[in-house]
Design a protein around this ligand. Structure first.
Ligand code: PLP
Length: 445
């Protein structure tokens, strides 16, 4: 039976009042809803039966495309066999198995997993582990957490505090003991670079200044996205991540990569850490972990971090942290089935194979009106549009909307159009994305 919304005229927005939509201009959306109904492969179908090419893997999460039967079957089997089991002082095999499977594809040494339900929870968990780790080693003065301008680390109080997107912080209170590195977006020097930008590695040196300012003995961790996704696909300048690694190591500061977007093949390797040859002490993951099918996240970390807390009486809880649904059996089953697909279909490296074609195609939009930068790596990309005077974000939104009604889902972050299609995409779909987006940009004054 189809839902009542499937037959509802788009103008009946009054019926949509109940759901307060996240990160959405609710009144604008409800005046002309974009309502999806089903999904298969690379396409959504909306409630009117229109096909929409998914240019964003849902919300950066459906890396293996939609409707993967193996995941649905694993979920269905698991929910029938055991719907829920606690992981506080109890166990069941699946999260143990999943932790091992993740260690096999993670950067060498990151062989411990703490499970969560989302990227935001993974970030808050990683920050808490960093603080607990230093304290357990007798370095409890290390309380300062360092993020980066324009960073997005979800919406928990930890995440918005180390995050650097003003709108996500303004209305709230944030943690004390937080500082930020400068961002690395530099249109003047790097616009239209193909691959990683040549300029900006020196921004990592700012960390030395923060060490001088606060004292290394007071700094617990630095958290960055290896590639900022939500702020509009900001790539790390050549050598930047290496510099961060050197400086953090020299001062005993933990380095956390937030790989919620970059994980699971998005940039051409299982994780950005591997693609760009820098291994952090901890990694936060979510989204692609279950192909978006069931909420799940995790922190992957070095065993030495866990070991530091494994002392004292055996009957003592080592880390006072966890979620009711940490290692949820159904989510773990979805994740295991997802990893099987990624590995069997070679999806963790597929973005590297398509990268040149993708980059070439995207850069074909370079001459269009208002395009001031194009950035890409792996199977992720952004078209950066000039903002209108006094109306930032409106041009990006219009392009996004125009794409949607023309059968393509993209993301807009202000005036940046971000793309991250499922890793199962073929060249003809890349062409279709570029054609549709090009038309939308041309149509938008
Ligand atoms: N960290 C990064 C880098 C993200 O991109 C996101 C979400 O987009 C998050 C954390 C938060 O994840 P979630 O929305 O699952 O809480």
């Amino acid at each position: 039976m189809s839902s009542p919304l499937a037959t509802q005229p788009l103008s009946q927005a009054a019926d949509l009042d109940g759901f307060w939509m996240p990160f959405t201009a609710n009144r604008q959306f409800k005046a002309r809803p974009r309502m999806l109904q089903s999904a298969e492969g690379l396409f959504y179908t909306d409630v009117q039966g229109r096909e929409i090419l998914d240019g964003t893997a849902g919300l950066w999460c459906c890396n293996a495309g939609h409707g993967r039967r193996e995941i649905a079957e694993a979920v269905s089997r698991q929910i029938s066999q055991m719907d829920f089991a606690p992981t506080f002082q109890m166990g069941h095999p699946l999260p143990f198995e999943l932790a091992e499977r993740l260690a096999e594809i993670a950067p060498a040494g990151l062989n411990r997993a703490f499970f969560t339900n989302s990227g935001s929870e993974s970030v808050d968990t990683a920050l808490k582990i960093a603080l607990a780790y230093h304290r357990a080693r007798g370095e409890g003065s290390r309380r300062l957490l360092i993020g980066r301008e324009l960073g997005y680390h979800g919406v928990g109080f930890g995440g918005i505090s180390v995050g650097g997107i003003a709108n996500n912080r303004r209305a709230y209170t944030t943690l004390p003991n937080v500082d930020h590195l400068p961002h690395t977006l530099d249109l003047q020097r790097n616009a239209f670079t193909r691959g990683l930008p040549a300029h900006g590695a020196e921004q990592a040196e700012h960390l030395e200044r923060l060490v001088t300012l606060h004292g290394a003995e007071n700094i617990a961790a630095v958290i960055v996205e290896p590639m900022s996704g939500s702020a509009g696909v900001i790539l790390p300048p050549v050598g930047y991540l290496q510099r961060l690694r050197e400086i953090t190591r020299r001062h005993g500061i933990l380095l956390i990569f937030d790989e919620v977007i970059t994980g699971f093949g998005r940039v051409g390797a299982a994780f950005a850490a591997q693609r760009w040859g820098v291994t952090p002490d901890m990694m936060t993951i979510a989204k692609g972990l279950t192909n978006g099918a069931i909420p799940m996240g995790a922190v992957l970390l070095e065993e030495t971090l866990q070991d530091a807390l494994m002392h004292g009486p055996q009957n003592q809880i080592e880390l006072f942290h966890g979620y009711t649904y940490s290692g949820h059996p159904v989510a773990a089953a979805a994740a295991l089935a997802t990893l099987d697909i990624y590995q069997r279909d070679g999806l963790l490296t597929r973005a590297a194979e398509l990268e040149d074609y993708w980059q070439q195609a995207l850069h074909g939009l370079a001459g269009l009106p208002n395009v001031i930068d194009i950035r890409s790596t792996g199977l992720v990309g952004a078209v950066h549009l000039a903002s209108r005077d006094n109306a930032p974000g409106t041009r990006g939104y219009e392009v996004f909307e125009s794409c949607f009604w023309d059968g393509l889902m993209v993301r807009c972050t202000g005036d940046i159009i971000a793309l991250s299609p499922p890793l199962t995409i073929e060249r003809q779909h890349v062409d279709r994305i570029i054609e549709t987006l090009g038309r939308a940009i041309q149509r938008t004054s």
